[in-house]
Design a protein around this ligand. Structure first.
Ligand SMILES: [Zn+2]
Ligand SMILES: [Zn+2]
Length: 55
């Protein structure tokens, strides 16, 4: 057994349900840029997260 790597955490974006890469707070630059916006939907484009926005 090796040292446990940094566990992925959920994207810090309030409306995002994606997992952020280890060491990152957001799943994508989109979410990081949107952190200052009040939004009820995530538009990062990741499958399962952007369903309502997909058109
Ligand atoms: Zn998302
Ligand atoms: Zn995100």
């Amino acid at each position: 057994m090796s040292t446990t790597p940094v566990a992925p955490i959920k994207c810090a974006h309030m409306a995002c349900t994606c997992m952020a890469p280890a060491g990152k707070k957001y799943c994508s630059t989109h979410c990081e840029d949107a952190k200052k916006l009040t939004t009820l939907a995530c538009h990062c484009g990741h499958p399962g997260c952007d369903e309502k926005a997909a058109a």
